[in-house]
Design a protein around this ligand. Structure first.
Ligand SMILES: *Cc1c(COP(=O)(O)O)cnc(C)c1O
Length: 393
């Protein structure tokens, strides 16, 4: 069983590139070139130089004494929250902007929901002196003001998406439309392991640095590169793929992905795609997505904006259907409680997305000597207002 993409761009029955004909030249240019560029020595040297000196990698692997005591297992956090810009997303935007430059592109576009990917993209555009346009739903612009201003300070133009529900999927549609009309000078930086092939594979490769470092750090700290389990939250699925990547073929490592249950999986207000979704096509790939009986995409819901996505990357759809990764869910209530618990026990306020991954500690059974790594995809600064509104701390 292979868990990686095949040469047709598929993961089992999921994946592919379902795109309008007018987008074909852009996506085909990427597909033909991405592996040669990414694997070249000078690309790798520059990528790793920026990850080290600009992002601050390797991110620490931190042993949580008090959390371990509470859950009776040896718990480590992979500290992606300590990266520049506060989350794992910058690993991907650095990789993609270097690739865009090698392809001779001068301009960058991106979509964003909560604004985290928009900020990570605006950041690397400032770094490289490239023009940056970020598409964002009007509703999200209204509810994510600080990130909108951050992007503007960094020199990006934020373009409101006013169609449909005026949220992330509409921003994605508008970015694709813009790309069709500007195929030669513009690269589209997608923010997760979603979209047409080769995006899911390309983003996974950039994020795989997370599990590459985990292996070295665990070897040093525990004597073995392999933990008993790795836990991560899933929106589109990029931080989870990054932290699972080098363990996919190591079947002794349990891999657990946590989706946003929202108000409860069957409440009608949820983003638990693998439980509620069926096969369909979303943003250019065949995958699992939440849809009505006649195939209209349904509005997802989660207290955490980063997990509020109606689909999941095609590699995850395959990992779910093959049974390699276990998918569970955490409700808003469970995630907020876990986030506040981590703050009090370890002095680390997590992003609410990352707090979903922590919920798995109480839902699964581990032995006392088990080594468990939780990927802390981001920090909680951006979520302060949500924590304050929640109030129970
Ligand atoms: C965007 C985001 C996520 C969700 O995206 P994935 O592609 O599923 O990783 C999770 N955590 C944080 C902190 C984010 O900013």
């Amino acid at each position: 069983m292979s868990y990686q993409v095949d040469e047709r761009g598929y993961y089992g029955e999921f994946g592919g590139a379902f795109i309008p004909e007018m987008l074909y030249p852009n996506v085909e240019e990427l597909r033909r070139n991405y592996l040669d560029i990414i694997n070249s020595d000078d690309f790798q040297a520059e990528f790793h130089h920026l990850l080290r000196d600009y992002v601050g990698r390797p991110s620490p692997l931190y042993f949580c004494e008090r959390l371990s005591e509470k859950y009776q297992a040896r718990i480590y956090l992979k500290r992606e929250d300590l990266n520049h810009t506060g989350a794992h997303k910058v690993n991907n935007t650095i990789g993609q902007i270097l690739l865009a430059r090698k392809l001779g592109k001068q301009k960058i576009i991106a979509e964003t929901g909560a604004g985290q990917h928009g900020v990570a993209t605006a950041t690397v555009c400032a770094l490289m002196g490239m023009e940056c346009k970020v598409f964002m739903g009007e509703v999200d612009i209204e509810r994510q003001k600080p990130n909108v201003e951050r992007m503007k300070i960094l020199g990006a133009e934020v373009i409101p998406a006013s169609s449909g529900s005026r949220t992330l999927k509409d921003a994605t549609n508008e970015a694709m439309r813009y790309w069709i009309n500007h195929p030669t000078d513009t690269h589209y930086i997608i923010g997760s392991v979603v979209g047409p092939h080769p995006y899911p594979d390309m983003v996974a490769r950039f994020q795989s640095v997370i599990s590459e470092e985990m292996k070295l750090q665990l070897k040093e700290k525990t004597g073995s590169p392999n933990p008993d389990a790795v836990l991560a939250c899933v929106g589109g699925g990029s931080n989870a793929i990054g932290s699972f990547y080098h363990y996919l073929d190591e079947l002794d490592v349990r891999l657990i992905a946590v989706e946003a249950g929202g108000m409860g999986v069957n409440s009608g207000k949820s983003a638990a795609t693998t439980q509620l979704g069926g096969m369909g096509i979303l943003h250019g790939s065949k995958t699992l997505l939440m849809q009505t009986e006649d195939g209209q995409v349904t509005e997802p819901y989660s207290i955490s904006a980063g997990l509020d996505y109606p689909g999941i990357g095609p590699q995850h759809a395959h990992l779910k259907s093959s049974g390699r990764v276990e998918y569970i869910d955490a409700t808003d209530e469970e995630a907020m409680t876990a986030g506040i618990e981590l703050s009090k026990l370890e002095g680390i306020i997590p992003a609410i997305e990352s707090a979903h991954a922590l919920v798995a500690l109480s839902k699964l059974k581990f032995a006392k000597e088990d080594v468990v790594v939780v990927n802390m995809s981001g920090r909680g600064d951006k979520d302060l207002e949500t924590y304050i509104k929640w109030g129970k701390y």
